[in-house]
Design a protein around this ligand. Structure first.
Ligand SMILES: Nc1nc2c(ncn2[C@@H]2O[C@H](COP(=O)(O)OP(=O)(O)OP(=O)(O)O)[C@@H](O)[C@H]2O)c(=O)[nH]1
Ligand SMILES: [Zn+2]
Length: 229
């Protein structure tokens, strides 16, 4: 994906999801090798602490030296936060629904996100843009709930494509909107600090559902989401 003239990625040519929800299509978020455990398991602080101690030993460190003595416990506390989305159903945040009769597009752009690449357990970070067209009764959710939804799915071992689909599918399931668009732009540290070593390269993924698949509607959403209005 190339950057636009204003420095933002040029997302104008992105194709959306090929099909509508409810048409029998299986999405990456709910099946296949990308599936995540559907029943949340309690976070095992001691298990993580032991694993971090073993990791330090395995890389040749002395986990009992002064500087590292508190590290396993510290990392275990830190991972509890980084993976907090494992112990919740992020879609539950969308239970705050208001019937305010607003039937036009609602867009939240530049929602910051921090996630962990499930291949290397290294961070990827960037922004999510989330938009939907409410159902005909004008049911909308609280604005903060869109950010909480993004955060819930980001705080898991993830791949960017699944993160993007999960956000879109949760909105479809809980708000029954007429259309949804989700765009995630992120830099993966596994591509920056190691491996191919291409710092600054950003990956853009999108998920489009319902009426947002129509070219004119999607173009309107894209122009609002990318600030070209
Ligand atoms: N599609 C997708 N790929 C990802 C994501 N995060 C990391 N990857 C890629 O996962 C791939 C893993 O490839 P492997 O060949 O198994 O692992 P590797 O030898 O560490 O690969 P390199 O990163 O190329 O060094 C790499 O190409 C990563 O860039 C993601 O969110 N989505
Ligand atoms: Zn990675």
């Amino acid at each position: 994906m190339t950057a636009g003239q204003d420095g933002r990625p040029d997302v104008s040519g992105i194709a959306g999801s090929p099909s509508e929800p409810g048409d029998g299509t299986t999405y990456a978020s709910d099946a296949g090798p990308l599936r995540q455990p559907s029943v949340p398991r309690p976070y095992d602080h001691d298990g993580v602490r032991r694993a971090v101690r073993d990791l330090l030993l395995a890389v040749g460190e002395d986990p009992d030296r002064d500087g590292l003595a508190g590290t396993p416990d510290r990392v275990a506390r830190s991972f509890a936060e980084i993976f907090a989305g494992m112990s919740e159903d992020p879609a539950d945040h969308l239970d705050a629904v208001f019937d305010i009769g607003h039937e036009e597009m609602v867009l939240a752009r530049d929602i910051p996100l921090y996630s962990m690449c499930e291949h290397h357990l290294l961070p990827f970070h960037g922004v999510a843009h989330v938009g939907y067209i409410p159902a005909e009764n004008g049911r909308v959710t609280g604005l903060s709930k869109l950010a909480r939804l993004v955060e819930g799915y980001a705080r898991r071992p993830q791949v960017q494509e699944r993160l993007t689909s999960q956000i879109a599918d949760a909105l479809v399931a809980r708000l029954q909107p007429r259309g949804v668009i989700v765009i995630v732009e992120a830099e993966h540290l596994c591509m920056s600090m190691r491996g191919v070593r291409k710092p600054g390269s950003r990956t853009v993924t999108s998920a489009v559902r319902g009426t947002m698949r129509r070219a004119a509607t999607r173009a309107e959403a894209m122009s609002l989401l990318t600030g070209r209005v």
